[in-house]
Write a protein that binds this ligand. Sequence first.
Ligand SMILES: [Zn+2]
Ligand SMILES: [Zn+2]
Length: 361
Amino acid sequence: MKTDAKSKGTWIHRFAIRLFTLVLAVLIFWVLGFFVDDIRAIRGPDYASIEKKHLDKDLVAKRLALEKQVADLTRQIENQTEKQRVVGDSSRNLQQTINQLLELQKLGMQKSIAFSDTEQANFTSSLNLFLNNQKKYQELSQTVSDMLERKQGLVREKDQTELEIEKQRQPARDEFNTLSQRHRMKLAFLQLAILLSILVVAATVIIKKRSSIYFPLFLAFGAATLIKVALVVHEYFPSKYFKYVLIGGLLIVVVRLLIYFIRTIAFPKTQWLVKQYREAYERFLCPICEYPIRIGPRRFLFWTRRTVNKIVVPSDQGDQEEKYTCPSCGSSLFEECPSCHKIRHAMLPNCSHCGAKKEIK
Ligand SMILES: [Zn+2]
Ligand SMILES: [Zn+2]
């Protein structure tokens, strides 16, 4: 039905068209991804504020105060223990000194040398110091053990408070879950609303412009949108349901394809095309683009489908037949017949001179 001027192009052209169709689809997929991401960025419910609403303020304050007290106490206990360690060290030193002094005294007694006054005084002061230290050590021990007891009490109280707070947290968590779920559904709805309207536009364009030369553009657009829709549906709806959606979509597509092929075989397009071409030739219009076929006496006239019967055709001009190509779309309309070498209709099945048959595609 078309001339060589409208051939499919070289393989590199065809390859380039396929490649760029694919690239276009990927780019459109990206753009749709940006839309979807922007929608997804809409903030959901805030857990912290929900928890605040549900928890008793006094209880939270109490827990905080208890935590602080426990921390303070722990620090104090550490300080006291450190002090106790220092006192203990000093006691051990003193003990050694006293032991040495006693040893000396024992030696002196064996040799009947009496302890001097200074030595006696040293011994007494060391002993006093030692006893004092021991007393201090005991006191520190007592303080530490008191503090530990107090700390344990506080920790117990804190645990109790924590338990109560945990009980109040449960409804907060439930509310958060409900709100989150609702938010998720809202996002899914928004995304699908946008994507599905784009898909409807794409499908309409694909069906309407099926025979347009720019069909690959629309196909890329439609395919990218369809894949994005499928991904979003899969993300938001459990695969239990998604499986049915997917199989439903596939069924529709396969049935449509089957119907298409069955119809193509049952009702060949040629018949219908020939009818269309015949009507166009009758009106002296190009069957492809409807531009007037200006040959013979009609060479200097112009008409359309509506005005074709109203124009007056001058009869004094030559009626010689010649080859003719539509100046608008380049389709060959009259050509030389290969059998009788006269001029015949290029888009009708039979030669008007010799009747030679021609395949109309
Ligand atoms: Zn034409
Ligand atoms: Zn012929």
